[in-house]
Design a protein around this ligand. Structure first.
Ligand code: SAM
Ligand code: SF4
Length: 449
């Protein structure tokens, strides 16, 4: 083929793309976004929905009703990865029956080199890295599915919005796949976040949760190095914003400045997610967490003295390679001592490519891991049940997020889930609720008018 015919061919391709683009402008797609994993994934799915809505496409409620499917994936543990692979298999069947179905995949399944994924799952139309909306936009424009560039607001499902403030993680805890999939830390400029929150508040958002794998790293890569405390101060000045939350903190990085800022700003809720992971120093060292149990204990003491109403959540991994019965007992003892409000407990799952996968044998049998997981859950249910029972008869302030089976639900500043029944329209309102019934997981009460 000579050069001029190559050029002619390119022109023909471009014309055909333009033609499809024009045709595409009137195309309304029904889309379905399937999300598993952390809050970051949920926030990113909201954002993808925001782009698709702004382009005129319509959300639908199942795979079978959709022309465009987005899978937002998690592979932090094997169980999550299995669900993702099962769903990809299901979609292959749907695509065989409907070849026009567009399948897009994002989240932590997507690694830097997508070639192998493309070979393994040829029915997927686009793999894009978490948070990489430019790839999504250019792919869709090439296919005549227009998505506007300038839409950057997440879709508001409720009065509460999740705002990613830092992508990636630089920590490389030995068990964790996240840094390999989400890359190094990149903070969003402070002004950009403030502007986004202002726009959301103008659209009725009352509460924001700032997200990052390690929010304590926020800003170190930005000019002037603003930190999370600086961001909280700026956001507090937004008039109609009622509440600010953030997660996840890292025990090795959280600062006194942040704790003092939490204590001083009324809008910042009294809730922290501070993952401890283990109650044994040797295991913490093998996990490469960068702190000791003593340091964690001291930190919690400081936080509780400066923010007395604080509610604390943590994460614990049981059955890390080499974890003996005594080492596990230390995690159990720490749970008893700390009296957390909530715990996310997980059985260790070897993740190919991580340091722990390379260096340690996954030598705690599955049934022992399960037993340890249940022991922590059982103990925690008793502790949370006891903590929550102290709210019986008290009035709490609830920001109402929605309605489920005839009951309004929302959360207290300390992140307790509260349900109440009332004929009024409470969506997005602050309600004072008198607590009548408590459990380890939620509270039920009567609204006070
Ligand atoms: N950045 C946070 C931190 O520092 O703990 C948490 C992020 S991590 C994606 C979420 C939780 O998943 C972790 O706290 C840990 O308990 C769990 N997790 C991560 N990798 C795991 C693995 N290989 N096996 C079991 N649980 C794991
Ligand atoms: Fe994973 Fe550790 Fe980073 Fe959390 S801090 S995302 S556990 S590497």
């Amino acid at each position: 083929m000579n050069t001029s015919s190559l050029v002619e061919q390119e022109i023909r391709i471009e014309q055909s793309c333009n033609q499809r683009s024009r045709e595409g402008e009137s195309t309304t797609l029904r889309y379905f976004i399937w999300t598993i994993g952390c809050q970051m994934n949920k926030a990113e799915s909201q954002r993808i929905a925001g782009y698709l809505d702004a382009a005129g496409h319509q959300a639908t409620t199942s795979f079978s009703h959709a022309d465009l499917v987005v899978l937002n994936t998690c592979v932090v543990r094997q169980s999550a990865e299995n669900k993702v692979l099962g769903t990809l298999g299901l979609l292959k069947g749907l695509k065989d029956r409907n070849p026009n179905l567009q399948i897009l995949v994002t989240g932590c399944l997507v690694n830097a080199d997508t070639q192998e994924l493309r070979r393994g799952f040829p029915h997927v139309d686009l793999w894009f890295k978490p948070g990489d909306y430019s790839e999504l936009i250019s792919w869709s424009q090439k296919r005549g599915i227009p998505i506007k560039h300038r839409v950057n607001l997440p879709r508001a499902f409720s009065p509460c919005a999740f705002i990613p403030i830092i992508q990636g993680c630089d920590n490389f805890c030995s068990y964790c796949i996240v840094p390999y999939r989400r890359g190094r830390e990149v903070s969003r400029p402070l002004g950009e976040i403030v502007c986004e929150v202002e726009q959301l508040v103008n659209r009725g958002i009352k509460e924001v949760t700032l997200l990052g794998q390690n929010v304590d790293s926020y800003g170190h890569d930005l000019p002037g190095h603003p930190d999370l405390a600086d961001l909280l101060n700026e956001l507090s000045n937004i008039d109609d914003l009622l509440r600010i939350r953030f997660l996840t903190n890292h025990p090795k990085d959280i600062t006194l400045k942040l704790i003092d800022t939490m204590a001083s700003l009324n809008k910042v809720c009294e809730h922290l997610e501070l993952p401890v992971q283990s109650g044994d120093n040797d295991i913490l060292k093998a996990m490469r967490r960068g702190y000791t149990v003593e340091r964690y204990r001291e930190l919690v003491r400081t936080i509780r003295s400066k923010v007395p109403q604080i509610s604390l959540s943590t994460d614990i991994i049981v059955g890390f390679p080499g974890e003996t019965e005594e080492q596990f007992e230390r995690s159990l003892a720490l749970v008893k001592e700390m009296r957390f409000d909530a715990i996310h407990v997980a059985a260790y799952s070897p993740r190919p490519g991580t340091i722990a996968w390379r260096e340690y044998e996954d030598d705690v049998p599955a049934e022992i891991k399960k037993e340890r997981l249940h022991k922590i859950e059982e103990l925690q249910a008793a502790i949370a049940g006891d903590i929550n029972s102290q709210l019986q008869g008290q009035q709490v302030e609830v920001l109402v997020e929605g309605k489920k089976r005839e009951k309004w639900f929302g959360r207290t500043r300390s992140n307790k889930l509260v349900f109440f029944q009332d004929a009024g329209d409470w969506l997005g309102q602050l309600a004072r609720v008198q607590i009548e019934k408590t459990s380890p997981w939620s509270l039920i009460g009567q609204v006070k008018k």
